[in-house]
Design a protein around this ligand. Structure first.
Ligand code: LMR
Length: 389
């Protein structure tokens, strides 16, 4: 049976990790998968995480099952971090810990499918390349509309709303909370206000993918858009990831929040917990236990916030330096967070890899965190030269 299987296309972002690892050139540059790197090009375990790991090793008394919803202390702390003062009441919000932001999105898709299999998912492109397969795997149909008119351009919300004119009540609109992947161009406060009014008028359900909180303008500023929506729309899904802001990539630490009215939130939480049970039973606890430990301890939380701020400032400084280093790269300076989308076509991307050992996905997205001050001018020259006029 399996002999007839075709290997299929590898995930383009994950394939880049392997291709970069296999490259023997000493001066190769990895601007591919979204992983933060420090000035030495490393992705160290954060100090707050290390301290929490030590503490957990000393104090954790059992590894017994927790249940499909996962770690309650983690969900409680993440609800505070995500929603702040706009945190919905417990009756309005159901929560499920998930194996990373990817499974959070998948479980969000599943709860939509269970509630209304005919609901369509509207993706604003370009978007994270894993968004379409996640929603397709849940059996939902996908509509694609434009987020921004060109690489480096700001999102055009009037155009987005115009393209959403065919959306039906109950359709889901996927938005990113901050540090847009891949463009780095975020929605403004006015954009969120226009979206909220439109979504309410048309009875559409926003799904906010929040994967980079703290890496754009700061923890609260990066959550302002979703908090605004949370106070205004009757129903909403929010997925969170601790991969980047806690550096817990391989620990798969995330969650999904479902906001609804009446019994909607409780019923949705029960539905996703049932679905999780059939898919992976329950999420891995280690990363969630660390996050709970950090956020519930004032000293660890302070250390973590300081480390996150250092990361945020480093990304912003690198972005500024990149934008100043070549006229073609100037538009990247207006973005936020880890990514910038450069006007480089797949041939240009290929040439950067073969000639200069610079690795990035075919759509021209770069991970700003992969840049280093010492080599930035040289890399910028190659990137700038590869940009289409
Ligand atoms: C990325 O877009 O590079 C990250 O979100 C990592 C991933 O899982 O794709």
């Amino acid at each position: 049976m399996f002999e007839a299987l075709k290997p299929g296309q590898p995930d383009p972002l994950l394939a880049l990790i392997a291709a970069h690892a296999a490259d023997r050139r000493a001066d190769k540059v990895d601007l591919g998968v979204g992983v933060y790197r420090d000035a030495e090009g490393r992705t160290p375990v954060m100090r707050a995480v290390k301290a929490a790991e030590h503490r957990l090793a000393e104090t954790q008394e059992t590894k017994a099952y927790l249940g499909p919803a996962g770690n309650a202390a983690f969900l409680d702390a993440m609800a505070d971090l995500t929603f702040g003062v706009a945190r919905p009441s417990p009756e309005r919000m159901g929560a499920l810990q998930t194996p990373g932001g990817t499974a959070a999105l998948r479980m969000a898709a599943e709860v939509v499918r269970i509630a209304d299999p005919a609901a369509r998912v509207w993706l604003l492109e370009p978007t994270w390349p894993n968004h379409p397969p996640i929603f397709a795997a849940a059996g939902l149909s996908i509509e694609r509309i434009a987020y921004a008119p060109a690489p480096g351009a700001r999102p055009d919300v009037a155009a987005i709303l115009d393209e959403l004119r065919d959306a039906r009540p109950g359709d889901v609109v996927v938005l990113q909370g901050a540090c847009h992947n891949p463009t780095g161009q975020d929605l403004t406060g006015e954009d969120w206000a226009a979206l909220a009014a439109f979504l309410n008028r048309r009875c559409l359900v926003p799904l906010i993918d929040q994967a980079y909180q703290g890496l754009g303008d700061g923890l609260d500023a990066d959550a302002a858009g979703l908090r605004y929506l949370a106070g205004r729309v009757p129903e909403m899904l929010v997925t969170v990831s601790c991969s980047k802001n806690f550096g817990l990539y391989r620990e798969r630490t995330g969650g999904v929040f479902v906001l609804s009215e009446g019994d909607g939130a409780a019923n949705a939480a029960a539905a996703v917990a049932r679905e999780a049970r059939g898919m992976y039973s329950m999420p891995p606890d280690h990363g969630a236990a660390l996050v709970a430990e950090i956020l519930n301890d004032p000293d660890l939380a302070r250390t973590w916030r300081e480390e996150l701020e250092t990361m945020r400032v480093r990304l912003a400084d690198l972005r500024k330096a990149l934008a100043a280093s070549h006229p073609a790269l100037e538009p990247a300076g207006t973005g936020r967070g880890m990514f910038a989308l450069l006007p480089i076509n797949p041939d240009g991307v290929e040439a950067l890899r073969t000639r200069h050992g610079i690795y990035m996905p075919g759509n021209g997205r770069i991970n700003i965190g992969g840049l280093r001050q010492e080599t930035l001018w040289q890399v910028a020259e190659h990137l700038g030269a590869a940009c289409l006029p």
